[in-house]
Write a protein that binds this ligand. Structure first.
Ligand code: FAD
Ligand code: UDP
Length: 399
């Protein structure tokens, strides 16, 4: 065991009704301690428990499962996402098949409008956006020619500024991307990898969906219900409100799966990896609808929030009132986003080398592998790790 020397502390036997690890109870020994009950930790807990019959202790320092995808009914009975809007989209049949074991789905195609020049126009930029902003009536070919005439040649597309300026020119870049990005990241787009703004495509047709993926839908009864179904297994012991450091001292386990920030695991040995945070302002307003679509973006730098989400569009809930979340980017607070830029990648590589050289510990998920991953990518990454663990097991190896 990795922590045999700590093996005489109080053992966790089973979760009590409030999910906290009881300080008493029979001595327990787990095959795996999994830190973090978000997508990465929950998928692995489910797979190891059901697929390999392993005994798993799954912990989270928060008082709930689901990680950043956690949703719940607010005081008004409206389903909201505590950590901002989570829309499921993927091209992976494997990920859809896997999650479909735990939830049904509600078809939902996400649409976003941006407040620009006093009006609400589609983002990603499409034919409508161009025609509305410039008072034109161009067809698809006309929009392509128009954007080409505006685009600035960029020798090597390296940054998040290059991506947009090279596709649509400086004016549309400033209207939609410069201010939004400076707020969201506290950095100029010229300082961020191209992968950040490349998440948002440019279109010349009328497609106004935010995502182009083959599968776009929401878990029928929400994310938390899906996680509950996933974790409902006798081999899984759940301890909420439990920090890794404390639990690791108190329980015995053979292997560790860590889904928190990788720099924290190693006591910030090489310095802090920057993670961007957000402050969320949740409110219910006393009217049936607030805005025409699920999310409205506010790219102007003078407006403090980046976007407002109205959940009923996402959830399909009927209710006389409506719940909103405003997002205010922040350097302080829970880590939500890795910050994609070259220096951070270099610092992460140092931690990654250390992680690779730490036997019996596996790092997985958005925070632990410092990757700007969507939910489906985290599920895919977790299933891939499970595949490797199962294979090692079949070979009788210890990994
Ligand atoms: P997390 O969900 O962050 O889970 C990690 C868990 O580990 C946390 O609950 C944390 O409390 C716990 N933890 C960390 N350290 C410790 C410790 N030392 N001890 C105990 N517990 C610990 N993805 C999409 O696909 N679509 C979207 O629309 C979308 N929107 C998003 C909007 C926002 C505002 C944010 C922030 C993210 C969004 N994402 C979206 C990304 C999505 O949230 C992530 O891909 C996914 O939740 C990552 O899962 P994870 O398990 O890696 O990490
Ligand atoms: N972005 C922008 N303006 C927009 C939408 C996105 O500048 O109207 C940029 C911004 O840098 C943002 C990135 O594109 O952080 C990725 O956007 P996405 O909506 O994917 O962000 P997320 O939902 O992950 O916060």
């Amino acid at each position: 065991s990795l922590n045999d020397e700590a093996g005489n502390g109080p053992a966790v036997a089973s979760p009590s009704h409030d999910g906290r690890a009881p300080a008493h109870g029979g001595r327990a020994r787990f095959d795996y301690l999994i830190v973090g009950a978000g997508f990465a930790g929950s998928v692995l807990a489910e797979r190891l428990a059901r697929g390999l019959d392993k005994r798993v202790l799954l912990i989270d320092r928060r008082p709930h499962i689901g990680g950043n995808a956690y949703d719940h009914l607010n005081d008004d009975g409206l389903l909201i996402h505590r950590y901002g809007p989570h829309i499921f989209h993927t091209n992976s049949q494997q990920v859809v098949d896997y999650l479909s074991r735990f939830t049904g789905w509600r078809p939902y195609e996400h649409r976003v409008l941006a407040q620009a020049a006093g009006q609400l126009v589609p983002i990603p930029i499409n034919r409508t956006t161009v025609n509305r902003l410039y008072g034109l009536d161009l067809d698809e070919a006309g929009v392509a020619t128009f954007l080409k005439s505006k685009a600035e040649p960029v020798a090597e597309v390296r940054t998040s500024e290059d991506v947009v300026v090279g596709a649509v020119g400086r004016e549309l870049y400033e209207t939609f991307f410069r201010g939004y990005t400076r707020k969201q990241w506290g950095l100029d787009p010229s300082e961020l990898d191209r992968s950040v703004t490349a998440r948002v495509p440019t279109r010349t047709n009328d497609d106004d969906r935010y995502f182009g993926d083959k599968f776009q839908m929401m878990p029928l009864h929400g994310y938390t219900r899906m996680f509950e179904a996933m974790l409902d297994h006798p081999n899984i012991t759940l301890a909420l409100g439990s920090d890794h450091r404390t639990v690791a001292r108190e329980v015995r386990y053979d292997r560790l799966i860590f889904t928190g920030p990788v720099d924290e695991y190693f006591d910030f040995r090489f310095g802090r990896l920057p993670y961007r945070s957000l402050r969320f302002r949740h409110e219910t307003v006393d009217r049936e609808w607030f805005q025409p679509v699920g999310v409205v973006n506010y790219p102007a730098e003078e407006v403090a929030h980046t976007r407002i989400t109205e959940y009923k569009h996402l959830t399909g809930q009927s209710h006389p009132r409506t719940a909103l979340t405003y997002e205010y980017p922040s350097a302080e607070g829970d880590p939500y986003y890795p910050v994609p830029k070259p220096e951070n990648a270099a610092l992460y590589r140092q931690y990654q080398a250390l992680a690779d050289a730490t036997p019996g510990v596996h790092f997985v998920g958005r925070l632990a592998t410092y990757r700007y991953y969507n939910m489906d990518q985290v599920v895919g990454q977790a299933l891939a790790l499970y595949g490797r663990l199962a294979e090692a097991e079949a070979k009788g190896g210890t990994g």
